[in-house]
Design a protein around this ligand. Sequence first.
Ligand code: CAA
Ligand code: FAD
Length: 384
Amino acid sequence: GNNAAGLYALTEEHEAIREAVRDIAEREIAPYAAEVDADSRFPVEAQKALTAAGFHATHIPEAYGGEGADAIATCIVIEEVARVDASASLIPAVNKLGSMPVILAGSEDLKQRVLRPIAAGEAMISYGLSEREAGSDAAAMRTRARLDGDSWVLNGTKAWITNSGISEWYTVMAVTDPEKGANGISAFAVHRDDPGFAVGPKERKMGIKGSPTCELYFTDCTIPADRIVGEPGTGFKTALRTLDFTRPTIGAQAVGIAQGALDAAVAYVRERKQFGKAVAEFQGVQFMLADMEMRIEAARHLVYVAAAAGEQGHPDVTRVSASAKAFASDVAMQVTTDAVQLFGGAGYTQDFPVERMMRDAKITQIYEGTNQIQRMVIARSLLR
Ligand code: CAA
Ligand code: FAD
């Protein structure tokens, strides 16, 4: 089939989650967003508030101490946090990204050990796929892992890893059989206290400045043999299957950023007066708002369809998730750019949040696979 529409309906519980998260976001996260950005510091207030309310990793199944929230609920959490602070929305988003390989492929024992502390809010988890020379072409990674008695020994460097240093756990993909290409890659759960593991300095970024991005160094990093996630050689597929479940969460982040920018623009144009009236009275301004609204609404529906497709094991999940991520992030870039435009000169200053939202929106077109890669995935599915 090539139609994943009709897969979802929002429930009262979804709406209740949205209300609860919006309340926390406005009261406990939004007041710090500008400062978090200006100081490039981790949003500890958001981490505390989300953890206290159980919204830091809602997707973890009840069997491992989690809420067992569905994929749309997780998207709603991320969307509502991103509406006020995109950096903070990477707390629930990357907890899902880092833990999905374990949920999808980990042994029962590994699930208990890794997922429980994350569900409890005692630990966070990151996802290590990319390297400097292997970004879009992720299968070209060079980080190696070899079995040595009862241990795996890892050597190499991962790049661009979100929430590095903050996270206790890291799901790391490494080559175990270099002859076999993508089918010679395995996944591992590495703890930050493991010998031979180190985190590099923070990248100085355009946006999402509250979320640390660093390299990870593995120097004869030695972990117990049972920390492999799934069978040897299945790590790349687990990594890509994970992205089928998490590209919708980046779509949700993009929708949230766009909604935050539209809300700010609507408030501003009603107040701002030129030519003797509120600029909201000019049809040229109204049509911009209308275009922003319709794009966000379309993106939000596609994100929820993709989230539901993952949950329901729909055969087109890879394509629909790629569509949702690419479409929503392109919308976020357009809408935030238009929001800056609607603020005029004020929009270009740090006195208003829209310039931060525009900088934050840009990353959603790049990470979890650039939008060129999403289009490649979509086209492959069409032409297969
Ligand atoms: N699920 C399961 N298996 C899959 C799959 C999927 N979605 N997609 C492909 N596979 C399988 C293929 O069937 C193939 O298996 P066989 O060899 O048995 O046939 C194997 O995986 C390799 O697939 P490809 O031949 O398609 O691999 P490729 O080398 O051409 O790469 C790619 C495919 C789509 C380009 C992939 O490399 C990719 O997605 N690149 C982008 C990387 C990316 O998204 N990185 C995100 C990092 S995380 C991040 O950025 C964090 C953040 O946002 C906070
Ligand atoms: P390149 O692959 O070098 O791409 C350069 C350009 O070429 C892009 O425009 C790209 O679209 C284009 N291009 C490449 N191949 C093709 C093609 N076949 N067809 C058409 N165009 C192509 N990774 C993780 O593993 N974990 C993380 O937590 C993580 N977090 C990140 C956080 C931030 C802030 C950033 C910036 C990156 C993060 N990444 C993470 C890495 C991210 O996924 C990669 O940056 C991304 O996949 C692109 O890889 P690259 O940077 O090497 O770009």
